[in-house]
Ligand binder design. Structure first.
Ligand code: GLU
Length: 428
């Protein structure tokens, strides 16, 4: 048996720290809130953090050790909710930040959930399907003491999707002895998933973008150019919906780099190409650019939909877009936020812009518990209702406070969680 240690130096190379960004956003928001100091301190801390090292049998018979995390930031408003990420960049610091953002996201859109996140340090592309199943099931079984439909409900995130959720649902169900569809969201539809869940985050990004453009007096899609960083579950569905509505998507990218066409890309063709080749590399008839070039392309709307820490003080001064809609969690660090705000660029924060995913996750959880399923129209109608209501509340708070939308959104969310904490009281 050969045992190899996981690579831990990614943790050290991963700068800036997403958790530092999350905390500085938090400190900025609470400073404006009239909240009990004990409550302010309490909410800075993750409630519990779980680290597990576990074995996975590779196809050649070797056993390899992997490291995974699950952080519950808050359970004040209900069971904790949040995705599971498979990526070589996963660190405890990152998972901690993502869990905290889930708390604010759920509170902002008024879902009865706290916030959580999980992650495994692994490149999912380096595993065969069987190895991925082994890894997912073993990680899921390690999570059993922490998860339940009433305690903590995982979902997909970067590097995971419906298939991984099916394996988690099956592993949990086999352990307890009966089927528990509501243990995860983002499941395939044939085992209790919701219509519209796969598209929900990307669609939500565009719903929020439309609302922002409407308020800016720019309602004509034909002369609005979009650039989207990331062509995974969020970016590709956002691109598809924007294209369907008549927007010009001039640039998109994935981990390998970006493509640009000033006249607008044919998004259905780009999606077909990616489905066949698993990369944008080599897509014909367009300019090929780097991810950093993509962010500073001439455009009206920039949608960072890849990962944290993409907009920094280095590129923020060079961004052309007048509107940024954060499809990813934490794509903008605090320095970049200040630069973008000073430049008058409107930033729709992650906890509002990408809340479509967890909103439809909530619908899926409710449908699962009630065993009563909705059609796609109903899902999208309710999704729009929830997001527009949260947008309205955030916009009013922004105006009332004379601040940026991120601070306003976090203030609303933190106040809701803080008030609930005071109502419940500190135990014992
Ligand atoms: N991973 C998604 C997010 O960051 C969805 C989480 C969920 O549906 O629970 O919002």
């Amino acid at each position: 048996m050969v045992v190899s240690m996981p690579s831990i130096h990614t943790a050290l190379e991963h700068l800036p720290s997403p958790y530092e960004t999350a905390l500085s956003q938090y400190d900025r928001a609470v400073q404006r809130l009239d909240l009990d100091d004990n409550v302010k301190e309490y909410m800075r801390w993750p409630r519990r953090e779980f680290t597990v090292n576990f074995p996975v049998r590779r196809d050649d018979g070797r056993i390899e050790m992997f490291t995974g995390y699950r952080v519950h930031h808050s359970t004040i408003l209900g069971p904790s909710k949040g995705g599971i990420r498979f990526s070589t960049n996963v660190t405890l610091d990152e998972v901690r930040a993502l869990a905290m953002w889930m708390t604010w996201k759920c509170a902002l859109v008024n879902l009865p959930f706290g916030g959580a996140k999980g992650g495994v340090i692994v490149d999912p592309k380096s595993l065969s399907v069987r190895e991925k199943e082994n890894l997912t099931r073993r990680y899921a079984s390690e999570l059993i003491p922490l998860i339940s439909p009433y305690a903590d409900i995982p979902a997909p995130d970067m590097g995971t999707g419906p298939q991984e959720m099916a394996w988690i649902m099956d592993t949990y169900s086999m352990t307890v002895g009966y089927s528990v569809p509501a243990i995860v969201t983002g499941k395939p539809i044939n085992i209790g998933g919701s219509q519209g869940r796969t598209e929900a985050t990307g669609r939500g990004v565009i719903i929020v973008m439309l609302e922002a453009l409407k308020r800016m007096g720019r309602s004509n899609p034909n002369n609005t150019a979009l650039v989207i960083q990331g062509f995974g579950n969020v970016g590709s569905h956002a691109a598809a919906y924007a294209y369907e509505l008549g927007f010009k998507v001039v640039g998109v990218s994935d981990v390998d780099g970006g493509i640009y066409d000033a006249n607008g890309l044919n998004i259905p063709k780009v999606r077909d190409y990616v489905a066949a080749n698993r990369t944008l590399n080599g897509y014909p008839g367009v300019d090929h650019i780097t991810n950093s070039e993509l962010l500073t392309l001439p455009c009206d709307v920039l949608i960072p939909a890849a990962m944290e820490g993409q907009l920094t003080e280095d590129n923020a001064p060079h961004i052309h877009a007048s509107l940024i809609v954060e499809g990813a969690n934490g794509p903008t660090d605090t320095e970049a936020d200040d630069i973008l705000n000073d430049r008058g660029i409107l930033v729709i924060p992650d906890i509002l812009a990408n809340a479509g995913g967890v909103t439809v996750s909530y619908f899926e959880w409710v449908q699962g518990l009630q065993e009563f399923f909705w059609d796609t129209d109903e899902v999208f109608r309710q999704l729009e209702r929830v997001l527009i209501k949260a947008y309205d509340a955030t916009a009013s708070m922004t105006e009332k406070q004379g601040t940026d939308m991120r601070t306003a959104a976090q203030m609303l969310a933190i106040k809701r969680v803080g008030d609930a904490l005071l109502t419940r009281g500190f135990y014992p």
